[in-house]
Design a protein around this ligand. Structure first.
Ligand SMILES: CC(C)(COP(=O)(O)OP(=O)(O)OC[C@H]1O[C@@H](n2cnc3c(N)ncnc32)[C@H](O)[C@@H]1OP(=O)(O)O)[C@@H](O)C(=O)NCCC(=O)NCCS
Length: 397
């Protein structure tokens, strides 16, 4: 059997809907009016058999994610599905390998995805580096937090949204892996639409009237024990703002006793919340792959006060274009991969992804089998180079 791999054409969008909806269990819904498998910033790649049937598909999303204070171009992979009868025969590998090649051609340096199972993606070089986690907290626990008298809360207006985005970006810039919420995929998210997505969008203002925090939240039904408030973003630029937003959530205790909060592992909210009071409500793992190593190394930010070099050898049969030996040179906040070197430190694709994101130290990678070679000095350099906040991604796709 020979297969054709190419973007799904507009007249074939129905095939993509059928394959995806059956795989992910929304097949009883009608296809929404105007639904399109591909749109600006989002391309569905299909695998067609000789009879013209769509037997596999995957979506390449053009997005940016923050690493070391810079936005790196990423291929966000979504909607990966193979027809039930054809699974386990290499079509997943075929569509994902083609997607990676196309993503590299359009300039993506990395690829990320939320996996329902890591196994097929691990076989192709992605590695799990984080989870998108919602935590359940009893509202009465938050009711013990007092609002700060200097902070005013009010519902957001459209005019607040640029400052909301700027505050989010400030947090994303200091983090590892957070989504850049701009570009083609976010063009439709106008302030009005963003506000319409939530039941409540609260902003926190300081004494000077500057926006210093916000929370976006949904109020679930009912006012008995099942009442629930789900908070997507809660960002405070100051301790007073964070405290006051949490106190606002505590104010729901009598009618919505459960608060569900999306939080990263190192969120300042944890300074006001005892971990014992928060249970994981849901945790969606996400994975990273390096698509173009020299481009990925050049694109991210590096510690300004670190300089050094290490000899890396990359093996990668899925993205063969970046296989080979390189001298990794880091200096003054920049780094590059220069072809050559001794190849002393060998990294597998999964090892490269985990190291790049600072999700694993060289010692961990060596014990996992993702890194071989190197010595204590190169371990120090590599560990320090990508050390940073725990990889976090709050935007599910
Ligand atoms: C997940 C899915 C896309 C994989 O596609 P596939 O065609 O079955 O996968 P392939 O046969 O190409 O396998 C690709 C690699 O992953 C490995 N793999 C795939 N499924 C696996 C499994 N369940 N357990 C272990 N390894 C697995 C294969 O061994 C293969 O590695 P190899 O080429 O080194 O041997 C497909 O099974 C599917 O559509 N599942 C339902 C929808 C879904 O879960 N989508 C993923 C959403 S994140």
């Amino acid at each position: 059997m020979t297969y054709e791999v190419r973007p799904v054409r507009p007249e074939e969008h129905r095939l993509a809907w059928d394959l995806g909806s059956l795989a992910f269990g929304y097949h009883e819904q009608a296809i929404p009016d105007g639904w399109a498998a591909s749109a600006p910033g989002r391309t569905t790649l299909g695998v067609f058999d000789e009879a013209g049937r769509l037997v596999a598909k995957a979506v390449d999303r053009e997005q940016g994610q923050w690493f070391g204070g810079r936005v790196v171009p990423v291929s966000g992979v979504a909607g990966v599905a193979v027809a039930a009868e054809q699974r386990g025969r290499g079509l997943g590998r075929l569509v994902l390998t083609s997607l990676l090649s196309g993503a590299r051609e359009r300039g993506a340096a990395l690829s990320s995805l939320f996996d329902t199972t890591p196994l097929p993606y691990r076989a192709l070089g992605w590695e799990e580096i984080g989870t998108l986690t919602y935590h359940t907290v009893a509202a009465r626990v938050l009711a013990e937090i007092r609002p700060d008298p200097k902070i005013t809360l009010r519902p957001a207006t459209e005019a607040d949204i640029p400052a909301v985005y700027e505050l989010y970006r400030r947090v994303a810039r200091a983090g590892t892996g957070l989504m850049e919420r701009s570009g083609t995929l976010f063009a439709a998210a106008t302030p009005a639409k963003l506000l319409a997505e939530y039941h409540g969008f609260t902003v926190a203002l300081d004494g000077a009237g500057d926006l210093v925090g916000y929370a976006s939240w949904d109020r679930g039904p009912g006012y008995d024990a099942s009442g629930k408030l789900t908070v997507d973003d809660l960002i405070g630029a100051t301790p007073e703002a964070t405290r006051t937003l949490l106190a606002m959530l505590g104010g729901w205790a009598s009618v919505a006793p459960t608060i569900v909060l999306r939080l990263g592992a190192e969120d300042p909210v944890w300074s006001l919340l005892a971990r014992v009071d928060a249970k994981v409500a849901s945790a969606q793992p996400w994975m990273l792959r390096v698509v173009d190593a020299p481009a990925a190394i050049a694109a991210r930010g590096w510690p300004r006060h670190l300089s050094g070099a290490a000899d890396l050898s990359l093996t990668d049969d899925v993205c063969p274009w970046h296989q080979g030996d390189y001298r990794f040179v880091v200096d003054g906040g920049e780094a590059r991969l220069e072809p050559g070197g001794t190849g002393a430190i060998r990294l597998t694709p999964r090892g490269l992804a985990a190291w790049y994101a600072g999700a694993a130290s060289p010692d961990q990678l060596r014990r996992t089998g993702f890194l071989t070679g190197g010595d204590p000095a190169s371990d120090d350099l590599l560990r320090t180079a990508t050390a940073g906040p725990t990889p976090t991604l709050h935007d599910y796709f």
